[in-house]
Write a protein that binds this ligand. Structure first.
Ligand code: HEC
Length: 133
């Protein structure tokens, strides 16, 4: 019986996580990507996603903590809780996004798992903002 339950759990859990992954990607490309690009550009309105992810990873290397922090930012953009005060000064506060709690978790998980490659200018920029590591 125990093994039947475990097998059932695995069968049920797999499609859900694949679905959540697709959902996270879909939200990222349809909502976030309008402002958060992969690289810098002439009409940049928000920090590139690599920089956002890097700041959240520095503070929360574990997946759960990362997702909790990022989804709470998506729920409410509280300047007191910002991990990117430099971006806040430069771009002003991020406007609210309307997402369900499940969608906030899905997109935060997608960002944690995604493999955004580091833009060539990033290391120098980070050092300027934060000093040598
Ligand atoms: C209309 C433009 C816009 C959209 C859409 C947008 N953002 Fe932002 N976001 C910004 C700007 C501007 C900042 C930098 C200022 C700040 O931190 O509030 C920012 C900052 C952030 C930060 C860092 C917050 C901090 O200061 O610690 C995170 C995390 C973030 N965005 C995630 C997302 C995600 C995920 C989405 C999609 C669900 C998204 N953003 C959609 C404009 C946007």
């Amino acid at each position: 019986m125990k093994y039947v339950l475990i097998a059932l759990f695995i069968i049920l859990a797999l499609p859900v996580s694949a679905e959540e992954k697709n959902r996270g990607k879909e939200i990222f490309t349809t909502v976030c990507f309008a402002c958060h690009k992969l690289d810098r550009g002439p009409n940049m309105v928000a920090p590139p996603i690599f920089g956002v992810k890097n700041h959240y990873l520095q503070a929360h290397p574990d997946r759960d903590g990362f997702i909790r922090r990022l989804s709470s930012w998506l729920e409410k953009q509280d300047p007191e809780k910002s991990l990117m005060p430099g971006a806040l000064r430069r771009f002003n506060l991020m406007p609210p996004v309307v997402l369900t709690p499940e969608d906030r978790v899905a997109v935060a998980g997608f960002i944690y798992d995604a493999d955004f490659s580091e833009p060539s200018w990033y290391a120098e920029h980070y050092q300027k903002e934060h000093g040598p590591k």
